[in-house]
Design a binder for this molecule. Structure first.
Ligand code: 4NP
Length: 165
């Protein structure tokens, strides 16, 4: 039985590029549709590298070009997140594997999906890590995540349409 608000967690490696972008793009779509009370979003990184840091400047610039303000402060994924969220979206397979290593009793594999499963116009299987690349890579991440977030929002709406508050 799904209860509201439905809780989404976006996860990448550093929590400064891809997952905060996914979180803020999703929040943008949620606000556009007035769904703030029904769906809430958070993001985390599997590593401890950037705990406490704001989103990467290059990522924020790419998002700003599409009208998205990146807010947040990096935190590390923790085992409690498996219980606390309804659906966990990994940006790539490494992120998914790293999370599932913390799932000692192997209870949560079905809750952890790859973000690109929700893409409708892109055929990528993973959201590429833009950290060591140039501006084009950051722009591509925003476009890919926008596609995935639109598909994800429709999927979540189907799941929660019969849920009670
Ligand atoms: P993210 O990007 O996982 O999308 O936040 C990265 C951020 C930092 C590093 C790698 C990827 N790093 O190696 O520090």
């Amino acid at each position: 039985m799904t209860s509201l608000p439905y809780k989404l967690l976006f996860v990448c490696l550093g929590n400064i590029c891809r997952s905060p972008s996914a979180e803020n793009i999703m929040n943008h779509l949620i606000q556009q549709r007035g769904l703030q009370k029904q769906i809430i979003c958070d993001s985390a990184g599997t590593s401890s590298y950037h705990i406490g840091s704001p989103p990467d400047r290059r990522m924020s610039a790419a998002a700003a070009q599409r009208g998205i303000l990146l807010k947040g402060q990096a935190r590390q994924f923790e085992p409690h997140d498996f219980e606390a969220f309804d659906l966990i979206l990994a940006m790539d397979q490494d992120n998914r594997n790293n999370m599932l290593r913390l799932d000692r009793e192997q209870r949560y594999a079905s809750k952890v999906k790859l973000m690109c499963e929700f893409c409708r116009t892109h055929s990528d299987r993973e959201v590429p890590d833009p950290y060591y690349g140039g501006e084009a890579g950051f722009n591509y991440v925003i476009d890919l995540l926008t596609d995935a977030c639109e598909g994800l929002l429709d999927s979540v709406l189907q799941e929660i349409q019969f849920a009670k508050k």
